[in-house]
Design a protein around this ligand. Sequence first.
Ligand SMILES: [Ca+2]
Ligand SMILES: [Ca+2]
Ligand SMILES: [Ca+2]
Ligand SMILES: [Ca+2]
Length: 261
Amino acid sequence: MKQIIKLIIASSIALVSSVSAAPLNVFSGWNMLANEDGVGSSYGCSLSRSDCVGPGYGGQKFDAEYLFYKLEGSKLSVGLQTGFDVVSDNGYVYSDGRRYYNGDLALSFDGNTNNYEYAVDFGNATRGYNNNAAISAGASDVDAAGLYSVTQWNNDIYYGQSAPYGMDAGSLVLAANSSNFSQGSALGLDNLLSYYSIFSFDLSNIANLGQTFGFAAHWTMSCGNDEIEGATTVSVPEPGPLLLLGLGLIGLVTVRRRMKK
Ligand SMILES: [Ca+2]
Ligand SMILES: [Ca+2]
Ligand SMILES: [Ca+2]
Ligand SMILES: [Ca+2]
């Protein structure tokens, strides 16, 4: 009996220690596009270190954790959760005597993940790993936060396989404001701090988009120590007969009210 209890306790401890930061409450009810949450030697590192996030290391501060999306009518919301501080207006994480910068959230709508033709810029500084030069659609290392159409990516990162990294050239499609952009941080279930950024936009902002399209998102930081990506197929629902009937009834009521006046 004691043996069994010991076994139960041991397996409980094992379960607890393998629990990593859960999706933050802000993503409750969203679709998970990618789950890359975890720190430790099982996360694909070539180095056998306990702070591996794969392909590099750095622990929770460099852990890309989740990508989410949510579709409401023709409004698409995309969300990133990461242990990397994408919220600070400095836009970098200081570690081992140097600055590591956040990349842009790369988005693809054409089913081809060799090419990410859009980006959500969080409005932080983005710089290259090797040459420390500004990576930006403009002149400085900070672009206004928002959705961009991207013509060129810059992949000056340590782990090249974690590309794409930062928008090098592009044009603003939709600026971020308080109604379409939100950021924050919170402790996950295991008391590790996670940061999130959420951007929402109407799909009419995306050029040449069909009603069903291959959607993908990708994110990394200037070392490329960790990266996250996910892909799915999204279908935008047409207004159904019931919705059309509802709109018709609203129209009738409006007409009747006007006639009464
Ligand atoms: Ca984590
Ligand atoms: Ca990884
Ligand atoms: Ca990760
Ligand atoms: Ca930028």
